[in-house]
Write a protein that binds this ligand. Structure first.
Ligand SMILES: CCCCCCCCCCCCCCCCCCCCCC(=O)SCCNC(=O)CCNC(=O)[C@H](O)C(C)(C)COP(=O)(O)OP(=O)(O)OC[C@H]1O[C@@H](n2cnc3c(N)ncnc32)[C@H](O)[C@@H]1OP(=O)(O)O
Ligand SMILES: NC(=O)C1=CN([C@@H]2O[C@H](COP(=O)(O)OP(=O)(O)OC[C@H]3O[C@@H](n4cnc5c(N)ncnc54)[C@H](OP(=O)(O)O)[C@@H]3O)[C@@H](O)[C@H]2O)C=CC1
Length: 425
């Protein structure tokens, strides 16, 4: 058994964001490789008229957890869904549940966040900054806590071109932002948000940077690490290739290409696109949890989970591979046969958006209308074009991330663990 997997045996683990894309894969890996762990506490909010327990039941019965049921048949007993809402100042967790979390937790993985690029600043601050501050306060009251792992993003300092594994000071003090959100109304926040966000592209990356500052300021005597993944894509190997459950990041664009919706994408073929599979991010996350708890570094460490300088992939390689794959494995109910190409400037992008995206959608909807069916393609195409405009910032430029700490950690792993966890190189 791997040293890292053995480490998590008998542990009580708290995961926030466990119902999300990354959180599910993290939870699955823990149950599959450390079935003798004691318990995984997950903070779950009620959603779409499902109770937290119903949501957990649905996740455990999904394809992602098929292997877990074989190696950890008592998984239902080992998962503790705690009703919580990180939008509330006290997380709306009951006193009993809070007491159990504080007295039992050994490891915290903080994955929860709002990852939308168009979120209101108030919501992004509450979730990505204030909730992190509140969780750190809780963690400081956990006598058995061995490590606190905070998931940030490699783009928290995307206003810089070269990013080291350090925390960069933000121009605004996080506590002041949190306090001001409590008394400013939405209209005023909308007015001042662009000035507050400054040269960050959106509220998401700005509040993730603030969240890192809060982790640094409120670390007290906690044993903390921050992980910064770049663009996280579908699973590469574990528990099986190609698993994804959302349209975020690359997923929506690849699916839109496969469905024949996307015909033109503004990107420069030679530019490196920094994508990492979610199982690689999770492997690093578990390795960091083990390293921080066992080796106890004297200071907080930041780990970049990026592929650009270890195993670079550029658009000129990624694009044709995606096209070939979606042609080889065609999507059901595709709008058109997949075919797409890069545009390299605003004019050609506007032209192809009109000719290949908007016009065919309008014609298709007109036919739907003529035949008495509800038009829907124009709305979907506009959503896709809007999504592309929001991710364009991340596509049209490249960054350099140093990976010294991540490579140092890899060198500390046993041969067995290194075999499993170092697919980045
Ligand atoms: C040769 C050419 C080959 C071409 C192929 C080559 C491919 C190669 C690989 C490509 C690599 C690209 C890299 C991208 C860079 C990512 C940068 C991430 C960097 C930071 C990473 C992070 O650290 S964090 C990352 C996660 N954070 C996001 O990535 C948030 C984005 N996202 C949103 O911020 C919201 O999504 C946003 C957009 C507001 C919409 O918001 P919205 O309200 O309009 O839409 P919603 O998402 O709410 O979805 C409501 C309805 O729209 C439908 N829909 C949504 N997206 C859709 C879509 N793309 N295509 C169709 N349909 C879509 C959905 O199915 C729903 O349908 P329904 O209503 O029926 O349920
Ligand atoms: N995906 C990516 O490309 C990247 C992601 N990251 C980071 O990884 C982490 C996980 O991202 P990802 O899994 O993609 O995000 P998801 O949006 O898939 O998951 C977000 C998680 O946070 C939870 N959450 C959101 N709001 C609340 C709330 N009010 N109360 C309780 N829980 C809440 C969600 O719960 P619910 O299911 O109820 O909505 C969900 O479990 C984030 O910190 C993100 O910044 C970093 C780099 C890249």
């Amino acid at each position: 058994m791997s040293t890292i997997a053995a480490f998590y045996g008998g542990k009580s683990i708290l995961i926030t964001g466990a119902t999300g894309f990354m959180g599910k894969v993290l939870m699955e890996k823990l149950f599959r490789t450390s079935p003798n762990l004691k318990v995984i506490y997950i903070l779950v909010r009620p959603k779409a008229d499902q109770t937290p327990q119903q949501r957990v039941f649905q996740i455990l019965n999904s394809k992602l957890f098929e292997k877990v049921k074989e190696v950890c048949p008592d998984v239902h007993e080992k998962i503790r869904a705690i009703s919580a809402d990180l939008n509330q100042s006290d997380f709306a967790i009951s006193k009993e549940d809070t007491q159990e979390l504080l007295s039992c937790t050994n490891i915290v993985f903080h994955c929860a966040a709002t990852v939308r690029f168009d979120d209101h600043l108030r919501h992004a601050v509450q979730l990505n900054v204030a909730a992190t501050q509140q969780l750190l306060l809780m963690a400081s009251q956990m006598p058995k806590l061995e490590a606190f792992i905070h998931i940030s993003t490699a783009y928290s300092n995307c206003n810089l071109k070269h990013i080291d594994e350090v925390i960069y000071p933000c121009p605004v003090e996080p506590k002041k932002i949190i306090d001001s959100m409590e008394w400013l109304d939405d209209a005023v926040i909308d007015e001042i948000a662009p000035k507050l966000i400054g040269d960050w592209p959106n509220a998401y990356t700005f509040t993730k940077a603030l969240g890192e500052m809060v982790v640094q300021q409120e670390s007290r005597n906690l044993n903390i690490a921050i992980i910064r993944p770049s663009i996280v894509g579908a699973t590469w190997q574990e528990p099986f290739p190609g698993w994804v459950d959302n349209l975020n990041g690359p997923n929506g664009i690849i699916i839109a290409t496969g469905k024949g919706l996307l015909r033109a994408l503004r990107a420069t073929p030679k530019d490196v696109l920094d994508v990492v599979p979610v199982d690689i991010v999770v492997n690093l996350t578990l390795a960091v949890g083990w390293y921080m708890a066992v080796r106890r570094p004297t200071s907080m460490l930041i780990y970049h989970c990026t592929s650009g300088n270890l195993n670079p992939c550029n658009w000129g390689k990624m694009g044709p591979q995606v096209l070939a794959t979606v042609k080889k494995f065609p999507f059901e109910k595709a709008f058109r046969r997949p075919n797409a190409d890069f545009t390299t400037n605003t004019i050609t992008t506007l032209y192809w958006n009109t000719v290949s995206h908007r016009a065919p959608a309008i014609i298709y909807d007109f036919c739907l209308w003529l035949t008495g069916r509800k038009p829907r393609m124009t709305k979907l195409m506009n959503r896709l074009i809007r999504s592309l405009s929001l991710v364009e910032y991340f596509i049209k430029q490249t960054w350099e991330w140093s990976t010294y700490n991540t490579e140092m950690l890899m060198s500390e792993l046993s041969p067995e663990d290194r075999r499993v966890r170092t697919a980045l190189t």
